[in-house]
Design a protein around this ligand. Structure first.
Ligand code: ZN
Length: 273
């Protein structure tokens, strides 16, 4: 079976140090986490920025730049910048960071009702972000919160706004998104093109379970404190601990872990360094 790509999502927009002191907030902490997670077996890092003063999600270009440059210098990880809108929904703010030309960026191809807010991604905004990624030579990770978002991504491919082979991340078990069941995962996997690659991000206690399904099914995995702050019941995790554990699960099952360069090959990335 193809080697396993482990993505680390260390920070996200929500958890704070009060929730878990291991959440890296400042650029330097995120860079240090990247170094540790690469050693533990990660090949992709999914990046968000925070305001150092109050830990809230940030759209500040300079913060993204500092994180991006530090990780490029200190690691061989594939850097995937989030274009998620929790920090601010406007297109200009979400697009600006793409000018850093990371190898990957996230692209959510639909809207979601979160618990008390709407994560709004209009068709125009999705097309504009996809177009920017194409211009900068960035491979999108298509964030799928529901089955319809796959069809929206295939429509973008038909319009030549994203290039095949596509890469999907199935976000499962978040309130408002598709429930984290193996039946749903099988359906999602069967709904994408055969040439596409895929990753699963299970939210909360679903992380380990859904990642284990993905390892067996030939998909890839995303772990990290963005999606779950616990290692097990009542025990807080660190990012590198979550990477290490999922690597061990994969090894036990008999599937090897991809290095960043092997992940580049699997994803068809143009090597930029
Ligand atoms: Zn994210």
């Amino acid at each position: 079976m193809e080697k396993l790509i482990i993505t680390i999502a260390p920070t996200g927009s929500i958890p704070t140090k009060k929730n878990n002191p291991n959440v890296p907030i400042k650029p330097d902490e995120i860079i240090q986490t990247g170094i540790l997670c690469e050693k533990a077996g990660a090949s992709i890092i999914h990046i968000h920025a925070r305001n150092p003063a109050d830990e809230t999600a940030s759209t500040d270009f300079q913060i993204f730049k500092e994180i991006y440059q530090g990780l490029s210098r200190e690691t061989n990880l594939i850097i995937q910048i989030s274009t998620g809108g929790r920090a601010g929904m406007e297109y200009e703010k979400r697009s600006e960071r793409l000018s850093l030309k990371p190898e990957m960026a996230s692209l959510t191809t639909g809207s979601v009702n979160f618990t008390s807010s709407v994560y709004a991604n209009s068709p125009d905004l999705i097309r504009a972000l996809a177009k920017d990624m194409k211009t900068y030579g960035i491979k999108p990770e298509i964030e799928v919160f529901d089955v319809s978002m796959i069809q929206n991504a295939l429509d973008l491919a038909d319009q030549d706004l994203v290039s095949q082979p596509l890469h999907f991340n199935f976000v499962m078990g978040l309130k408002g998104a598709i429930p984290a069941t193996i039946e749903n995962l099988v359906h999602l996997k069967n709904s994408i093109p055969r040439t596409a690659t895929w990753t699963v991000a299970g939210i909360g206690a679903n992380q380990l379970k859904m990642c284990t399904h993905a390892i067996v099914m030939g998909g890839h995995v995303r772990v990290g404190l963005e999606d779950c702050i616990y290692f097990c019941k009542r025990e807080l995790a660190s990012n590198e601990q979550l990477v290490k554990r999922i690597g061990q699960v994969s090894n036990i099952i008999g599937r090897e872990i991809a290095t960043p360069d092997e992940a580049r090959e699997i994803l068809g990335l143009i090597y930029k360094k």
